[in-house]
Design a protein around this ligand. Structure first.
Ligand SMILES: [Fe+2]
Length: 238
């Protein structure tokens, strides 16, 4: 089986740790948001174009880092148990890396072009990026419906949290903040509160406060942030 295309094939969490869920939700939201912005962009506007291309580059850096984390911390752990599954995921990751290079070339072409040539190059970039997003959506679905059950059968939740801890521990403060900016607005209220409550237990107080102020609050609506603050006990419920 590659991926579950039928609802009936999707295995419930059943109380197990949702290892892929938070980061994949973050990547789905960020990539879909960017795709919509690319489709709507006025490539004749220098400021809009520069902001959009900078955001695309930032996303590509995070998506490439995510792949590297999975290769190093997840695939090596799984390889001895489910070689066929990991070989497929490795190939998909290699395919993603090639697409990142292709998209970067498309970004550079839009940047270098005269204003009159930019709409056509922007359309090419939009379509190329849509192809990447489509493949990544299928890839993440395979990870969450095929690889995750294999992880659950091989590792306890404590072991999965230890793998996640090694990934988080390998991040620079800037990267950790950037990933939180992706994940916090993409999670549902309960997941968001659980993620941040977990972080509060692990991280120094100043790091937690910085994530709240610079990664979480600016990326939520006022109502969403107010609900989170109550769930985390940051303010008294009114
Ligand atoms: Fe992956």
């Amino acid at each position: 089986m590659t991926q579950a295309n039928d609802h009936a094939d999707i295995i419930d969490l059943g109380g197990r740790y949702d290892f892929y869920g938070p980061i994949h939700k973050g990547l789905r939201k960020a990539q879909c948001d960017l795709l919509v912005r690319l489709g709507r962009a006025d490539f004749g506007d220098d400021r809009v174009t520069a902001e959009l291309l900078a955001d695309m580059r930032e996303l590509l850096v995070l998506a490439a880092a995510h792949i590297e984390h999975e290769n190093r911390h997840v695939h090596d752990a799984l390889r001895s148990h489910v070689a066929d599954c990991v070989a497929r995921l490795d190939r998909q990751h290699d395919d993603h890396q090639a697409m990142f290079a292709e998209i970067e070339r498309g970004i550079a072409k839009v940047e270098a072009a005269e204003a009159a040539a930019r709409p056509a190059l922007g359309r090419r970039l939009y379509l190329a990026f849509s192809g990447y997003v489509a493949r990544d959506l299928a890839h993440m679905l395979e990870e969450e419906t095929v690889a995750a059950p294999r992880l659950w059968s091989q590792f306890s939740d404590a072991e999965l949290l230890a793998i996640e801890g090694r990934i988080v521990g390998s991040l620079s403060p800037e990267k950790a903040m950037a990933f939180m900016r992706l994940m916090a607005p993409a999670a549902n209220p309960a997941e968001r509160a659980a993620m941040l409550a977990g972080m509060r237990q692990q991280a120094p107080r100043e790091a937690f406060d910085a994530v709240i102020e610079f990664a979480v609050r600016p990326n939520l609506s006022q109502a969403e942030f107010a609900e989170l603050a109550v769930r985390l006990g940051l303010v008294a419920a009114s």
